[in-house]
Design a protein around this ligand. Sequence first.
Ligand code: PEP
Ligand code: MN
Length: 337
Amino acid sequence: MIIVMRADVVPQDVDAVKDKILELGLEVCEAKGLNYHIIGMIGDTSNVDAESFKTIKGVEKVIHVQEPYKRASRLLHPESSVIHVNGVSIGGEKLAIIAGPCSVESKSQITDIAVEVKKAGADFLRGGAFKPRTSPYSFQGLKEEGLEYLKYAKEITKLPIVVELMSADKLEMYERDVDIIQIGARNMQNFDLLKAVGQTKKPVLLKRGLAATIEEFLTAAEYILAGGNENVILCERGIRTFDTYTRNTLDIGAVPVIKKLSHLPVIVDPSHASGIWWMVEPLAMAAIAAGADGLMIEVHNDPKNALCDGNQSITPENFRRLMKSIKEIARIQNRKI
Ligand code: PEP
Ligand code: MN
């Protein structure tokens, strides 16, 4: 439930509303802007009498939030959120470009790619150290060693690093060493993991589940926000459909829908969405045209011999070309690269 206060509301009236919410055993979530003052009521509001709020001075109207997500909703937070990571922002005028290999394979591999993507204009370096692979016989990542190499590549390039966390027992290590914690598609509804990262202040990049609806996606984000971590970035990475030509189907429509429903930044991963390297550039362009706040792109210096996702990885040369193409689209969208 949302209480919309009048523009000329005085602090005492706001306090009266907040006190009443707290008395009901619910949580208060407040958003103020130049032309609005909103007080959200978080918790089980099924037995709350909306009429009793309407009589408080300064209350303009009471709105029921039907959706299961509240803190992620734009109704409670009309302004778009901007997440700050080591001096780089996600969700502002500038697009956030995350690039790097699917997996860290060696110190030289990750460092060479990091140098290349940095030169081309990337803002973040990605690289998997602990990999969620469909088959237990596939390369599972270099684990701690991979993280060490990522830290080295960060030291060389100064690019903040984005790394997937698969299990909460590694959280302390990630809090110390990683700049953005990625929660992969397969873990989008791993609620214990979501609760764990909700307890930190580290930015979390949450990928959409393989067959998750937009509502399920936003409700998964709600778990992280409910824990007190407001630094959530959403990533559309394709969903499973009946088509088999591509690895997944990029739900480009999810971008404007999520931007409408939520204040959280949305980025697109055209690499996992398509699974095919030559589709990455056109889909990246479409994502920016649809209003995405950034991209996650898999780049490999030797895609044919990559230990993971080589088919969808683009070369540093093609990444440079992609950056040029999206620059054009960004200009039309009044965004910067
Ligand atoms: C990845 O980013 O390498 C990855 C495994 O992505 P997803 O969780 O979207 O499949
Ligand atoms: Mn991958």
